[in-house]
Design a protein around this ligand. Structure first.
Ligand code: ZN
Length: 246
């Protein structure tokens, strides 16, 4: 009997940690596993403490430059909605890409933070979406979208109706949520180099933050916070010598 219980526990851990392979130490957004201690929780997380190009940041002191438009080819489908305990995430099939710097990045997933992780000129937003893309060489590009309180977002509405309430659960996407529904029409952006905002805080991530915020209703933000049980934003990190281009 004891053996059975142990293997069930192991299976649960596998499901709960599926987005972060073999997560040994629990990290979170408060208390012992909070952002201040991520770097000490696991040797693999050392960049969280040692990195000098960490995300998120307060975007300010913009450097004027001729940023090329990002080319979007979003034709893939979201296949599942995951509650990984740290966020609500929509996973994508292959086929959605962006092109920037002559390089192609494929959309892997998008997920949400509340309140926003990045801030713009010191302003925090009630919610921020991250569209995570990977190139063939493994390098990452994240498109961030800020949300302010206003009209309900249709795409988020569909997603919230399907989101699993419990951490570690995932469900098949029954009603398709398009990444395009969550992105602003105007795709002007700020650009800087940063990192993952969650352990292992890997650097070398290209950040592209949309200038035009979208709207979300107060109820939609509250529904997300209710399922997360806590804020899920890492505090802003030192900018050091990084320019924020616009
Ligand atoms: Zn994120």
């Amino acid at each position: 009997m004891k053996k059975v219980c142990l293997s069930m526990a192991a299976a649960f851990v596998l499901v709960a940690g599926s987005s972060m392979a073999s997560e040994a130490v629990h990290w979170g957004y408060s208390g012992h596993g909070g952002p201040e201690s991520w770097g000490e929780l696991n040797p693999a997380y050392e960049m969280c403490a040692k990195g000098v190009n960490q995300s998120p940041i307060n975007l300010t002191d913009f450097v004027e430059s001729e940023l090329e438009p990002i080319t979007f080819h979003y034709s893939g489908l979201a296949t599942e909605v995951v509650n990984n305990g740290h966020s609500i995430q929509a996973n994508y099939t292959a086929g959605s890409t962006i092109q920037i710097d002559g390089k192609t990045f494929e959309l892997k997933q998008f997920h949400f933070h509340s309140p926003s992780e990045n801030t713009i000129n010191g302003e925090s937003f009630p919610m921020e979406a991250h569209f995570v893309h990977a190139a063939q060489d493994g390098s990452l590009a994240v498109i961030a979208v800020m949300f302010k309180i206003g009209d309900e977002n249709e795409g988020i509405n569909k997603l919230w109706k399907q989101m699993p309430a419990k951490a570690g659960e995932k469900v098949a996407m029954a009603s398709q949520v398009k990444a395009d529904d969550i992105l602003p029409k105007n795709r002007d952006y700020y650009r800087f180099n940063g990192s993952l905002t969650t352990p292992p805080c890997t650097e070398g991530v290209l950040w592209l933050v949309m200038k035009q915020p979208m709207t979300v209703s107060k109820e939609q933000v509250e529904a997300f916070t209710h399922v997360m049980h806590h804020p899920n934003n890492r505090p802003v990190q030192p900018v050091h010598a990084r320019p924020v281009l616009q």
